[in-house]
Write a protein that binds this ligand. Structure first.
Ligand code: 3PG
Length: 214
């Protein structure tokens, strides 16, 4: 577990308008990619646990890029949470929610953004004390209209919509009072990694800084 300062889920969300959803297939890409994002103004980095190299990538970033705050995405189990924390992750994002994952992240010292797509899932996460949530998959599950509908009954919940979000539609989400930031993979395209085009990653990150947040 990291001995560095802990962040709350709200702090993770408030740091920049976009949390990049990163899929890394090559450990050699991890550090230059993280440096490129930091150079573009994004330091909260969600490295998804969906490749065999993901934990090694988290570890490499945690060791070599202290300006970044690396988190783990696609956390689906207690063992994912434990492995992510062990590798140096400082926050976690899950595609859905279970109490076991919520508790495992607490035990591991990881701030968690639990994924929700329905009112019942929001209520389950709230019962366990989570009030900052990832709305996933945001576009497929109702987009900004869904978040507007939730703002009534779930007036005390803040969201990070992720899934189908782009530079073009992000403002529609960020204009909503219950949205703090968005998540997306468009900032970290696989072809840029393959080409080692880190300047493009920095430019894509810089482009997100103009996105207005409330
Ligand atoms: C994911 O977990 O894959 C994210 O939601 C990314 O979605 P996107 O590729 O549509 O940004």
């Amino acid at each position: 577990m990291s001995s560095l300062p802990r962040f709350t889920a709200l702090q993770v969300m408030q740091d920049a308008p976009v949390i990049p959803v990163i899929v890394l297939n090559d450990v050699a890409h991890a550090v230059p990619m993280a440096r490129a994002l930091v150079a573009g103004g994004i330091r909260m980095l969600e490295v998804t646990l969906r490749t065999p190299q993901a934990l090694a990538c988290i570890e490499a970033i945690a060791k070599a890029v202290p300006e970044a705050v690396v988190g783990a995405g696609t956390v689906r189990s207690k063992s994912d949470a434990q492995a992510a924390a062990h590798a140096g992750a400082r926050f976690a994002v899950s595609p859905g929610y279970t109490s076991a994952v919520g508790q495992a992240c607490r035990d591991a010292g990881l701030a968690l953004l639990p994924g929700v797509a329905t009112g019942s899932e929001i209520m389950m996460a709230q019962e366990d004390g989570f009030t900052e949530l990832k709305f996933f998959p945001a576009m497929q599950a109702g987009g900004p209209a869904m978040l507007k509908a939730w703002s009534g009954p779930f007036f005390d919940v803040k969201f990070c919509p992720t899934g189908g979000v782009t530079l073009q539609n992000a403002p529609d989400f960020l204009a909503l009072p219950n949205v703090v930031c968005v998540g997306g993979s468009w900032v970290v395209p696989a072809d840029a990694f393959a080409q080692g085009d880190w300047a493009r990653v920095t430019q894509l990150a810089s482009d997100t800084q103009s996105l207005a947040r409330r």
